[in-house]
Design a protein around this ligand. Sequence first.
Ligand code: PMP
Length: 480
Amino acid sequence: MNHHYGYVSERLITEGLFPQRRARRRERGPGGAAPVPTVDGLDVEAIRTHFDFPATGRVVTNNAATTQTPVELVDLYRRLAPWYEGVHRGQSTASQRMTERFEESYDTIATWINAPSRRTIATYRATTEAINAVMYSLLTEFRDGDNVVTTLMEHNSNFVPWYALAREVLPKFGRSVECRVARFDHDTGELDLDHLAGLVDSRTKLVCVSGASNFLGTKPPLDRIRAIADAAGYLQPSGQRGSLLLVDAAQLAPTTLIDVQELGVDYLAFSFHKMLAPFGVGVLYAREPLLERSLPFLYGGDMVADGQVRPDRVEYGGLPWKFAAGTPNVLGVVASAQALRLLADLVLDDGSPRFEGCSPLPREDVVRTMSRVNSHVASLTDRALAGTDGIPGLRSYGPPTGAARSPLLAFTVRGTDPRALATALDREGVEARAGCHCASLAHWDLGLDPGTCRLSFAAYTNERDVDRAVDALAAVVRRG
Ligand code: PMP
């Protein structure tokens, strides 16, 4: 028996978690509903048996906001609770075991995005806090006359911090920094790369883009944006030339394989509550040299080197703990990392358990998992786009059917308030979301007040959900 994970998982393994999981599948079945065909090798009905929400009859089509939680994860949280202890520096066995599990979680997260090691991973409350962490860490590096380039399709989390930095924070220190925003094509929803390239110059410290828009669904070509940032010629304090690139992956990570090394991003942020684990954890990946040389975002306990605090000298801990001030969200981080392993189990369904497993998560499993998830949600999105195509007065936004896009569909119906539409859909049992989805700039740019209505899908969404949503929408529009 490998003791690395401590008593809790040893016991789970001894008792055999997987027989339990399979029993649950047999017990619950697809609830007597008509069989739904398997899409691209993904057994969606089997996946749904690991969640409680299908039994409620909900048509959960607001997954871009937040996702549902598998029962195993809730159980895990409960099973970890009797062994809960703070991490690092504790003498108790419980603390040491928790520390091991906590630190191992960073390895799983690193593997998931192909980061070189746990040293490049910081955990925060969510994407918003992770992006703010970058902003505060770089605060002192901005020079008078610098600029930040972002886009009109950003979530407010990846615009407002840069706006505030340029308009409110740095002017107080006598530094003038500009926040520039790149346009997108109103018809196709594609980012205007020429405009972006025109905004990036030798004073652009940082380019901040969304990996996938939560409104348009657009997935900007990150390789081309990387090239634009590289060509900028900005002189970074490290002596390197080129703009830094931050990717908001809140909508990318849940359904697309991410390889931070291949993408060559400097920073990447995402939230676990959109990835089956609503325990208050978000991730910031940053290239190691950046974390080594930049100032921490938060200061205090745990982020300092052991015993290295004097009135006139403080030394920070090694990576990644330099970026983990204060008592962390231990159980949240552990359960969130396990959500990744569980997703691989549910999607690959190959009888080789990774959830609560003793060995490192193979990157190859992540690749196969995300490939299946991605093609599943892509086919659902195409189905929704095709289904809504003929609805009178409906206009959908973003790239057309077949284009790479995140699994969501935002639309308006002529003469109808999107909020009334979402309420009417809810009466039909379909959960949509209306408003500007925090993509305020894009809605403003398109003149969409009071917003759009949005349907969004996840790995556990089946074709029946999509058809019910589309049929309900058609019926609501027909009734007027
Ligand atoms: N960016 C994008 C693209 C998002 O969709 C969201 C969540 N709607 C966020 C950032 C913010 O995420 P969080 O609320 O988890 O901080």
